[in-house]
Design a binder for this molecule. Sequence first.
Ligand SMILES: Cc1cc2nc3c(=O)[nH]c(=O)nc-3n(C[C@H](O)[C@H](O)[C@H](O)COP(=O)(O)O)c2cc1C
Length: 167
Amino acid sequence: MKEKIRITEYAQLITEKLSKGILLNTKADKFNSMVIGWGHLGTVWGRQTFIVYVRQSRYTKKQLDAAGEFTVSVPLGDTDMHIWEVCGRMSGSDTDKVKEAGLTLEEPEVISTPGVKEYPLTIECRVLYSQDQVLEKLPEDIRTRTYADGDFHTMYVGEILDAYIIK
Ligand SMILES: Cc1cc2nc3c(=O)[nH]c(=O)nc-3n(C[C@H](O)[C@H](O)[C@H](O)COP(=O)(O)O)c2cc1C
């Protein structure tokens, strides 16, 4: 069962949980979840959006480019450290994270990417726009500290199509 929510009422909770890591889920070749610490809820082009940042090396990047949609899963309670380890340290390229992390998938409402029951606040998004970072435009200290290996982020602006809590 799902309880529909007004996502703006959860902005503070989402921001707090982001600092510990929430899940960005994709489904192209298979379902995969990765932990993200960067992201934000907001409005772009008059549409309610959730923006995420994904490095080039992530398996999630290939899936996101192929599927053009994603779900975001936010825990309501404490961070599950086993899910955190598996989804934030291992790659979907050689790991079945559903099995390894013990995730229970929930059928989506609008898109094709499921949510995760263990992290019940779910946001369904379709990619409206994506933009590779231009490293030359970043301040020198950030460029050298975060991108010495050249593994830059792509920003994905996802239009929020549905939001609910899995019960
Ligand atoms: C707390 C935390 C926050 C993270 N935030 C991001 C992020 O915002 N963007 C990103 O590309 N990687 C982030 N990562 C790293 C990915 O979760 C990690 O590399 C993951 O194994 C990638 O999985 P994948 O290859 O299956 O996509 C974060 C990891 C942790 C532990």
